[in-house]
Write a protein that binds this ligand. Sequence first.
Ligand code: SF4
Ligand code: SF4
Length: 449
Amino acid sequence: MLKTFKGGLHVNDNKNTRNCPIENFPSPAKVAIPMQQHIGAPAQPLVAKGDYVKKGQLIGNFETGLSCPIHASISGTVADIEMRNSYTGYGKTAHIVIENDYTDTPDDNIKTFDGDIFTATSEEIVELVRRAGICGQGGAAFPTYAKIQSAIGKASEIIINCAECEPYITENHRLMLEEPEKIIGGARILMHATYTEHMTIAIENNKMDAVEVMTKNTAEYENISVQVLKTKYPQGDERQLMYVIKGVELPAGKLPADVGCVIFNAETCVSVYNAIYEGMPLISTVLTVDGDAVNTPKNLRAPVGTRISDILDYCGGSTDNLSKIVSGGPMMGQAQWDMNAVVMKNTSAFLFLSDKTQSNDEGDCIHCGRCVGVCPMHLMPNYLAAFSKKDDKVLAEEFGILSCVECGSCTYICPGNVPIVQYIRTTKGAILAEKRKAAQKAKESEAKS
Ligand code: SF4
Ligand code: SF4
């Protein structure tokens, strides 16, 4: 029997682009590269207006704390450094605008690793991954060097997350079919760096062709196995993967490393492979372009900083009834309000949806309990939405709002059309902001005394 978790739901997966090979997006006339594309502090720009930059050149960096270096995705001239709203909720962030000279001149520092990477120390790999600006490409964009560091000495199992449970998105599926050696090669480097003993590659059973390819390509490694999972949303969430593969429920506030595991996304492994064997930092990403309001759905590999409008033009434009653009999947993605929003390191999809698939009329709870049945975190989403509506943060926290993984299953199933996850997100954000403020205050008064 296929393994799965408690709760969750079966959604129409709409994997319309599963047979669309990855196309290289033509180098755009202009890119705008955000200095904040990751969890942690923003990088600081290292270039100024008028500078010439080469493809792969370091253009943003940090000195201390958690952050991620940023590199130029094309060669050309810095036209401007603009403060713009971030398109993923990071607030205002500097964007380095580069005008393309179409020469694709590579930076002089792009060099492959000299020697056998499997003789390198963990510290050396951490530094190579950090310098390549790699962050998780499955969602949260946590800097990968820091994830490796946090797993050393704690994790014995590495899980490669190829579940790709969000509807529409097929980029990991295509990578497994087209570049399995890069996923496996990068994953083996991460395994070496984290001293983990066993690797599980987790794939849902709606991608059996990928299961076949990955099984064949890992047959020579005794310590790597491919685990087929039941197709169910949100199977790709780290907590559900942990439960299914290791049989452990991750306590709230704990990380997979706390129970002996470390999880990396499939495309993150490809980026590690590219950094080591091609010397290339993370400057492009694979994304699915789909939805009922785009003319030609595709899978693309596009430079970081490419505008949504350029991506849409390349995909034949939109239909007349385009009503919503989403970055990411329809369950957890973020609505975009600006065609100047750009491709980021962790962009997995742009969805163009028509008014037929959208309902903007908020309804009332009819107390059916369906949201409780599907919540994979065993919460009471109806209560959390009601407390959030009343701005009762105390009760919301008592009822576990901080354990919500924002998977959107409750909103999807709700017959009352209550935007449950939107309410939860707002209240969670406010509670976390209050906590950060209190911690900062405590730190400051401690420093004074
Ligand atoms: S699914 Fe919607 S209508 Fe049903 S209990 Fe939950 S919030 Fe209320
Ligand atoms: S309450 Fe949170 S974790 Fe539970 S179904 Fe809703 S969004 Fe998902």
